[in-house]
Design a protein around this ligand. Structure first.
Ligand SMILES: *Cc1c(COP(=O)(O)O)cnc(C)c1O
Length: 361
């Protein structure tokens, strides 16, 4: 044995990320509802752009991502100079922590918030500070009370994962307006497109130079396997994120497919509408079976069971029926299961399985 080399402080406190499961031994009919993927996949336009881009892989990709940034800016009516692209929004989250965190700083995240907020804070050497929620909704006063002179970043996913809940516009504005100006508020908008009329908080960003948002092509655009996301904020912050970004962090395949996808807003509207209909059906059915389900604004629902054992038994029942959902004990919700909204046929399978489970218990 060689002598152990220690990583920098914080790294050994990172729990290794466990993704949603995708396989079940000996089954070819697995229904994966554990990672909030779009059951309709990605738009054909993105697939065609990807194939066209594949011919030039001997060339290094664009390092300024201008073509994709311009497309995003056009579609969302934003300033292209204030957009940064990354290998998924996960990479934008890491850039924020690397550029603004570090030893001796604190990063606030919500109790049932997305795992990457905490992981990226620890990787950057910051101390993560967890703030409790109120009935599974982000608590603005709790966050404001947790701010110290060491705080550099506050992460909020809106809508949130794994709860699916959303902070209203007034509360969002109160949080943005009450944080010290030297604390960056990050609005993680991975599910923003699922909310009709929600732009991720652009007005807040324009009003407060310390507010930024992260967005992704992994959810409604159905491109989770491609790894492409983006961020938007004040020019000064985006410039600093670009300083810590590798120049060739995303490939032409990512750039080309994402550009085609963002221009395909008919696809986004179709997916949003279908998700809303099916999410309502799933929510009503689960509630009818006696489970507690908050109103979700995203592409998944969080079912609350009477106990951890009950949730585990239902998860095992789903598994037996070839359905994979997400256990969320690591998110502080051991009596819950997070279920991605699938196609109508997928949801028929979920409903049949959970109905049988309920009848048997
Ligand atoms: C899925 C998800 C993301 C997306 O991460 P990518 O790196 O863009 O795939 C970001 N934030 C939250 C809250 C998510 O649930």
């Amino acid at each position: 044995m060689t002598e152990m080399i220690s990583p920098k402080p914080g790294v050994d406190r990172i729990e290794l990320y466990v993704g949603g499961e995708s396989h079940l031994e000996g089954r070819d009919d697995v229904l994966k509802l554990s990672s909030n993927e779009n059951p309709l996949g990605f738009p054909d336009t993105a697939g065609e752009a990807l194939a066209a881009a594949a011919g030039a892989l001997h060339r290094y990709p664009s390092s300024d991502h201008a073509s994709l940034r311009n497309a995003i800016a056009e579609v969302h009516n934003l300033d292209a100079d204030r957009i940064i692209c990354g290998a998924g929004s996960d990479e934008i989250i890491a850039f924020l922590c690397n550029a603004y965190g570090g030893e001796g700083t604190e990063v606030i995240h919500s109790a049932h918030g997305f795992a990457m907020h905490r992981i990226s804070a620890l990787a950057a050497g910051s101390s993560p500070v967890e703030v409790a929620e109120r009935d599974r909704v982000v608590d603005v006063d709790g966050i404001l009370n947790a701010v110290t002179e060491k705080t550099r970043l506050v992460f909020i996913a809106n809508p949130a994962n794994p709860t699916g809940t959303m902070l209203g516009g007034n509360e969002m504005a109160r949080l943005a307006g009450s944080l010290p100006e030297d604390v960056i508020l990050v609005l993680d908008g991975a599910y923003a497109e699922y909310v009709e009329g929600h732009d991720g908080g652009v007005a807040l960003i324009d009003q407060h130079p310390n507010v930024v948002m992260t967005r992704t092509f992994s959810k409604i655009y159905g491109l989770g396997g491609l790894r492409i996301g983006w961020g938007y904020g004040a020019r000064e912050i985006i410039d600093n994120l670009n300083r810590v970004r590798g120049p060739f962090n995303v490939s032409e395949l990512q750039l080309a497919a994402a550009e085609a996808a963002v221009r395909d807003q008919d696809w986004v509207a179709k997916c949003r509408a279908e998700n809303a209909t099916e999410r309502a059906r799933l929510t009503e059915t689960l509630r009818g079976l006696g489970l507690a389900v908050d109103k979700s604004e995203a592409n998944f629902v969080l079912a609350r069971f009477a106990s951890e054992d009950d949730a585990a038994a239902c998860e095992a029942h789903f598994r037996n029926d070839g359905i994979l959902v997400r256990k969320v004990g690591s998110y502080g919700l051991p009596n819950c299961l997070r279920i991605t909204v699938g196609t109508p046929a997928d949801n028929d399978r979920v409903i049949a399985s959970v109905t049988a489970f309920r009848a048997a218990t």
